[in-house]
Design a protein around this ligand. Structure first.
Ligand code: BDR
Ligand code: CA
Length: 307
């Protein structure tokens, strides 16, 4: 089984990713950040989710704000006021050991074995890179849900150009993309295509999943005109399990950090406004641009049915 750490700002699709991860991988821990919810709520939500599944996977608390800018408003209108569909009372506290140190410690303990899956803003990872410049050599892989490259005809979900996780901390994302981390990016281009309906989630017979999803599905139908909910974050696990089901390109990536394109993920050939030196010295990373929709959706649903 692959060793993973999931770095999360746990909203509804994050919770599905956490469950998918614990059913298929050896989860070393969940590291939390701000994003969909405040970092304190993220810690509480991870603890709640683990309690529902009788799991004692450890939870860690990381960044409460972006590297160098003001935090954005939380996504309570999408994921509910607690980030988990406002269905459960949460009896847990927000105490947890430091997430950034945990990531570094695990990478050093298991060199070349740890997959870090990021499904929120990239702030914790950027902080870990700053503290531990050898991190790219220690991690087996980083798989990140984030960004939008426009290949599906749509770009961002925050602005016309920017995706939520990158838009929350463009400087952190740019630092990660500039690094030698063995990075795979799973952008909106593919995550927008995996939709789960209320009937499909009900077919898992997973009460926790069904209860937390109702609010998010309602939002997705009403405001995004989707037939169900996008399970963006679960696809970092899908990619880890089934990389051959994704069509990818290798490219250098930069992030716009100002102006109307703030938060946009850019690759050299698609943007003529960014000076070339923005990409100078950057290594290639892997970006998913197409996906076997039926296989990825159905295999995830089958796994979520496992008790
Ligand atoms: C990302 O934004 C968040 O709201 C989701 O949890 C996902 O990580 C999609 O853009
Ligand atoms: Ca997320």
């Amino acid at each position: 089984m692959e060793k993973i750490i999931i770095d999360t700002d746990i909203g509804v699709d994050d919770a599905i990713a956490l469950r998918y991860g614990m059913l298929t991988c050896d989860v070393l821990g969940y590291t939390c950040s701000y994003g969909n919810v405040a970092v304190e709520t993220a810690v509480k939500n991870c603890k709640l989710a683990m309690s529902k599944y009788g799991s004692n996977i450890p939870v860690f608390k990381g960044a409460s704000r972006p590297l160098s800018r003001k935090p954005l408003p939380l996504s309570t209108h999408i994921h509910g006021k607690d980030g988990l569909g406002a269905y459960y009372d949460n009896p847990f506290d927000a105490e947890a050991p430091d997430a950034v140190h945990f990531i570094i410690e695990q990478a050093r303990k298991y060199p070349g074995e740890v997959n870090l899956l990021t499904i929120g803003p990239m702030t914790n990872l950027a902080l870990a890179l700053n503290l531990c410049p050898e991190l790219p050599k220690l991690l087996k892989r980083v798989i990140s849900m984030g960004g939008a490259f426009g290949t599906d005809g749509n770009c961002g979900n925050m602005t016309q150009f920017a995706e939520f996780n990158i838009y929350n901390d463009p400087e952190a994302a740019d630092l990660v993309f500039a690094s030698e981390l063995p990075l795979v990016v799973v952008p909106l281009d593919v995550t927008h295509r995996i939709l789960i309906t209320d009937k499909q989630i009900a077919s898992t017979n997973d009460d926790f999943m069904v209860n937390i999803s109702a609010f998010y599905i309602e939002f997705s139908k009403k405001f995004e005109k989707f037939a169900g909910m996008c399970v963006h974050d679960a696809q970092v696990v899908s990619y880890l399990l089934y990389p051959e089901k994704y069509k990818t390109i290798d490219t250098r990536i930069a992030v716009s950090t100002s102006g109307y394109t703030d938060g946009q993920t850019i690759r050299p050939m698609t943007d003529y406004n960014v000076p070339d030196d923005k990409f100078k010295g950057r290594p290639n990373h892997t970006v998913c641009l197409d996906v076997d929709v039926d296989f990825i959706r159905d295999s995830m649903l089958e796994t979520l049915k496992m008790k």
